[in-house]
Design a protein around this ligand. Structure first.
Ligand code: MOS
Length: 733
């Protein structure tokens, strides 16, 4: 049954991707295609007093310039602009809606021309006069204006009193800067006008049906008038969860001009979209001398826009990891004149757990305890917020396996006690935790008489390997070689799927495939039993399985009947089944993935240059559907974690409310030379409670804990505790 599931199967879309056959949103062609170029606001707050497009319109090849004063109608109600992942509170941003400017980099016009260069040039001919208003973009100077948001965590006990009483206590602020998404693929949309008022919209997105519903409500269209397709995505990890403004602008252009329009944002313009919000994470831990905790307090203060309350779970993770009779958590927001933040890989956890795990390291130093030992002494077998057991939690095994692979027992505990030539060596570790969510997904399988199956679903593959795992699960469930499976994804006309995010798509899509395959099996069983002198006549239906292109009795291949024979006999060309898989989640368990991350850094004592020379990440995430794509997934996460620790930071000039490093020359991300040895270990974690296959998902867990493990290693190397990320060399000197 498991010829493919659990194996290192190569990506089924790998060849298409490396040969350029895979097409991305900005690559689809259309007759008489027009190109849009975005004109962005250059002030953070105010009104557009005058927007003079006359010179741009005179440029040869320019077809039109769309502005708030000159555009087709857009929905007026906030509700119409709410997408699947919009913050609960607030008024989503509406591009070209009115003359107000809400953030620097906001789109205020779209120049549409026969070619991109002309549109780009004509954009420089647009003159804008603003009525500027007073603005604020600095979280730290506006910190006192932070307002509390509702979070599900109830306080337990009396954390302040327990903290005062505690024998040892550690309290500090950890500052995580805003970080902007920099996927390889630029945000792009090609809106293809079919001549009859219908649009096919190729968009870079993590959810085609989300974008389709959004466009229909924003433009007052019927579902059959807009189809959204996104077969390949060149990286997203949160940036494509919400429909971004380029898809609104391309659609607006196509509807206004009744022609196909492509809009591709420049790298610079991508900084006018969402980002991981800057947070000041205040953590206070109170402990007994034996390393058990008495109090955990965690308050996050995060940036959001003036118009939406974006917040995620930064502070709740201690409830999952560390036993403490008292805890108090809060999340506060400061409204600033900036774009709304958005999800970025492990939103909330990547920042909050970074602070928590640095604080735990500091506590271990204060207690003179090994950092793993401290974590084991307060290890929680239950999720304390709801007092629930876990469906599975092999975090202890992560610590043990990771420590062994890393060689942790050879660590000299004191800071500045390990050296390699003129470099200081530091070893640090941290814990990671994420959720194991599942969402309703529907899958359609069409089985044809030649023993080929097409499996389709509206889910996206943002590069994480959905095509491959869907093919693996289908091949096993249908008893076919994987070469006989073709997978179609990310077309809004296909069966229902949510946005691909939150690490829920592997478990959700795999079980939807199982559901549809079971319907196929039942149909084949009915058909085979109806054949005259059927070798499976007397066999109970549940004992009949699909294997090697045949239908047979489990354990008795002599009774096998080929799918081709059954279909020929039934005079069928194809069997088509579609099934929606709903998850009935028992409320009596917590569902999480865990990891233990170990990092080695080498720091040049004179120059402060930091190299992350080794990372071992031991991950417990249930059954791993594909050990090859799964390993890549975690390695990518670790690389991003290196970026979070040492490189990534959106720098704003608060005098102008403008991002200063809106390009990948000055917004630093890890490059090849920054990435050394990364070892990924998947810890065995059987879980028959979470779902049939025991799958939990790997999309986000790999980044959580990585920045803290590196920061802790930097402390171990240098004796310097840097609490303001990223840890750049100037902070060490
Ligand atoms: Mo993920 S941040 O849900 O793409």
């Amino acid at each position: 049954m498991n010829a493919y599931v659990g194996t290192p199967t190569s990506r089924v879309d790998g060849r298409a991707k490396v040969t350029g056959a895979a097409k991305y949103a900005g690559e689809f062609a259309a007759d008489l295609l027009l190109h849009g170029f975005v004109v962005a606001a250059t002030i953070p707050r105010g009104r557009i007093a005058r927007l003079d497009t006359s010179k741009a319109l005179k440029v040869k090849g320019v077809v039109d310039v769309l502005t708030h004063a000159h555009r087709p109608p857009l929905a007026e109600q906030d509700e119409a602009w709410k997408d699947e992942v919009a913050p609960e509170q607030g008024s989503p941003f509406r591009p070209l809606y009115d003359n107000s400017v809400k953030f620097n980099g906001q789109p205020i016009a779209l120049v549409v021309a026969e070619d991109w260069e002309t549109a780009k040039f004509a954009a420089t001919r647009i003159r804008v006069e603003y009525e500027e208003e007073a603005f604020a973009t600095d979280l730290e100077s506006e910190r006192t204006k932070a307002a509390k948001v509702d979070q599900p965590h109830k306080p337990r006990g009396d954390a302040s009193a327990a903290l005062t009483r505690a024998a040892v206590h550690h309290e500090a602020d950890y500052v995580i800067p805003s970080e902007h998404h920099n996927p390889m693929e630029l945000y792009a949309t090609t809106a293809v006008w079919d001549g009859n008022g219908k649009l096919t919209v190729y968009d870079k997105t993590q959810g085609v049906q989300n974008v389709q519903k959004f466009l229909c409500s924003v433009f007052g269209r019927k579902p059959n008038e807009i189809r959204v397709i996104s077969p390949y995505v060149g990286g997203a990890f949160g940036s494509g969860l919400r429909p971004q403004h380029q898809v609104v602008l391309a659609t607006l252009g196509a509807l206004a001009l009744k022609r196909s329009v492509r809009v591709v944002l420049t790298r610079h313009q991508m900084y006018g979209l969402g980002y991981r919000p800057m947070t000041i994470e205040h953590v206070a831990l109170g402990a007994n001398r034996d390393g058990t905790l008495e109090a955990v307090m965690h308050e996050a203060i995060a940036v959001t826009s003036r118009f939406e309350n974006f917040s995620r779970n930064d502070t709740g993770w201690g409830e999952q990891l560390y036993k403490s009779p008292n805890s108090r958590l809060s999340h506060k927001l400061v409204h600033l004149d900036v774009a709304t933040p958005c999800d970025m890989r492990a939103p909330g956890a990547a920042s909050g757990v970074c602070a928590l795990e640095c604080a735990m390291d500091e506590l271990a130093v204060a207690l003179k305890l090994d950092p793993i030992e401290l974590r084991l002494r307060c290890y929680s077998d239950r999720d304390q917020s709801e007092d629930l057991p876990y469906t599975s939690k092999q975090l202890r095994a992560c610590y043990a396996r990771g420590a062994e692979a890393f060689g942790w027992s050879r660590r000299a505990p004191g800071p500045r006690s390990m050296r390699d030539g003129k470099e200081l060596v530091g070893w640090g570790m941290a814990t990671g935790v994420w959720e194991a969510l599942q969402m309703p997904v529907a899958v359609r399988i069409v089985l044809t008489a030649n023993g080929h199956a097409e499996v389709s679903c509206a889910a996206s593959d943002i590069g994480t390997g959905t095509y491959t795992i869907v093919a693996q699960v289908a091949a096993d469930a249908l008893g076919l070689p994987i070469e006989n499976i073709s997978v179609r994804l990310a077309d809004s006309s296909l069966p229902q799927a949510p946005v691909e995010g939150g690490s829920w798509m592997a478990a959700s899509s795999a079980h939807a495939v199982l559901g549809a395959a079971e319907e196929i099996r039942q149909e084949l069983v009915r058909r085979v039993k109806a054949m005259p002198a059927s070798p499976l006549g007397g066999v109970d239906a549940p004992d009949i399985i699909l294997v090697d292109g045949t239908v047979t009795k489990a354990g008795d291949r002599s009774r096998a009947v080929s799918i081709a024979d059954i279909m020929r006999h039934s005079k069928l060309e194809r069997i088509e089944k579609e099934k929606l898989n709903q998850f009935e989640e028992e409320k009596s368990y917590a569902r999480n993935t865990h990891s233990a991350v170990f990092a080695e850094v080498k720091v040049d004592e004179q120059l402060g240059v930091i190299r992350v020379t080794r990372v071992v990440s031991a991950v417990a995430a249930g059954r791993i559907l594909n050990t090859k794509t799964g390993r890549s997934q975690v390695m990518g996460s670790v690389v991003w974690g290196i970026g979070m620790a040492l490189h990534e930071e959106t720098l704003m000039d608060h005098r102008f409310g403008r991002i200063m490093n809106a390009n990948i020359a000055e917004y630093h991300i890890p490059v090849n030379a920054d990435v050394h040895d990364i070892d990924v270990i998947f810890v065995d974690e059987p879980d028959d409670r979470i779902n049939r296959l025991g799958v939990k998902g790997l999309g986000e867990i790999g980044i959580v804990g990585v920045p803290a493990a590196i920061a802790n290693a930097v402390y171990h190397a240098t004796g310097k505790r840097i609490r303001r990320f990223p840890i750049t060399l100037d902070k060490l000197l």
